[in-house]
Design a protein around this ligand. Structure first.
Ligand code: ADP
Ligand code: GN1
Ligand code: MG
Length: 358
């Protein structure tokens, strides 16, 4: 795959001088193309994960157009505060090649992403960024969006249709190896329908949500340290604000990385839970309903359990979904997430109290 050739298919300003791989996500492959004055991000869309590339690209173009309009009206800089996708020279939203599907957008200069929050202030800012993102998309017509990954945060669906079938097919040696994790997940299947059934009953609203709210999906200004933009928009689709809140806590309120193998280092931080909640509610507090607020603390447990179950499912399936650096990577990630679930369960009365106080 010649990434320079791919870069040259896009309507960039200036000649492509170089292009190199970049980023640490588990799904897409990211490259930076240098065109002198301007730099661009190029991504190969993982079409094993995103089956409907056309629908996906229509989503991200329409969401970012919508955001650019809001940012512009409020006097912001729409070239830095959201993604600016660039079409191909022949006007297409992405470039199809035998090596896969590629899309491109402006690289935001002097920006930085963080894989962990060294300070509570940083994590609080990410909460405000995701809360603001939620608020800005409050009136976006949800029915125009394609569901890029159906049942993405339907935890019980994933349990029944992905985890149990993977278990069924796995050989007995692997099942023995993961026995305690399998039991841990199975014994919690009763609570997996909680958020989806609140949506079905109309007790909490379906909104346009991000659905992959890891800290490293917020771009910060390198000079001011302030948040700039929410990125990685492939999973923006109808969902619950609880998914966004819970997934951020899962990733950012842990004392260790998602794949830390030494579980004594993996602890849930109440301090980080508190500051994130403050940040998130400072922006989205006015639009969230009472029922949503009452379930914020629980959502962190559910999103962490779901992610642990997804990692374990992928391990049982032979690592076909998430990128891995070594064969047990997904098992380590699963154990790590389930340790966090235990911690969060023990802290549930405290996290509820924190939400109430805020
Ligand atoms: P992934 O699916 O790999 O998580 P992301 O869209 O989150 O892909 O991008 C990966 C990384 O690339 C980000 O964490 C960030 O460091 C960098 N990045 C992405 N978009 C931009 C941008 N517009 N400007 C600067 N850096 C970016
Ligand atoms: C994946 O692409 P990335 O790394 O931001 C995954 C998320 C998981 C996350 C776990 C489309 O996100 O759902 O929570 O890994 N994205 C998709 O780190 O499955
Ligand atoms: Mg990302």
């Amino acid at each position: 795959m010649d990434i320079i050739k791919i870069a040259e298919a896009f309507d960039f300003k200036g000649d492509v001088l170089s292009a190199k791989e970049f980023g640490s996500g588990h799904i897409n492959s990211t490259f930076i193309a240098d065109c002198g004055e301007n730099k661009y991000v190029i991504q190969r869309i993982n079409d094993n994960v995103f089956k409907d590339v056309d629908g996906l690209m229509n989503n991200v173009f329409s969401v970012t157009d919508y955001l650019k309009n809001i940012i512009g009206k409020s006097g912001g800089d729409s070239e830095r505060e959201t993604l600016n996708f660039i079409r191909t020279k022949d006007g297409k939203k992405y470039f199809s090649t035998p090596d896969g599907f590629f899309r491109a957008y402006l690289f935001v200069k002097n920006s930085v992403c963080f894989d962990s929050a060294d300070t509570p202030e940083l994590f609080k800012k990410s909460g405000a960024a995701f809360g603001r993102f939620q608020k800005m998309l409050g009136d976006f017509p949800a029915e125009t969006l394609t569901e890029t990954i159906p049942h993405f945060h339907d935890t019980y669906y994933r349990f029944e249709n992905e985890f149990l079938p993977a278990l069924e097919k796995a050989d007995s040696k692997i099942k023995e190896e993961c026995k305690s994790e399998i039991e841990f997940i199975k014994s919690r299947s009763d609570r997996m329908k909680k958020i989806t059934s609140l949506i079905e009953k109309g007790e909490i609203p379906l909104r346009v949500t991000h659905n992959d709210t890891k800290l490293n999906n917020v771009l910060f200004d390198e000079k001011t340290g302030e948040s700039l933009a929410v990125i990685d928009l492939d999973t923006v689709m109808p969902g619950s604000a609880l998914y966004d809140f819970g997934d951020s806590i899962r990733f950012g309120a842990s004392s260790a990385a998602e794949d830390e193998a030494d579980l004594t280092k993996v602890n849930f931080s109440l301090e980080y839970f508190k500051v994130y909640t403050e940040g998130f509610l400072s922006e989205a507090g006015d639009i969230l309903t009472k029922a949503e607020k009452e379930n914020l603390a629980f959502s962190a447990i559910l999103m962490t359990l779901e992610c642990g179950m997804r990692f374990l499912t992928d391990y049982l399936n032979g690592n076909v979904y998430f990128k891995v650096d070594y064969p047990e990577h997904n098992l380590i990630r699963a154990k790590n997430q389930l340790k966090l679930v235990s911690d969060m369960e023990k802290s549930l009365s405290k996290t509820k109290e924190i939400v109430n106080e805020i």
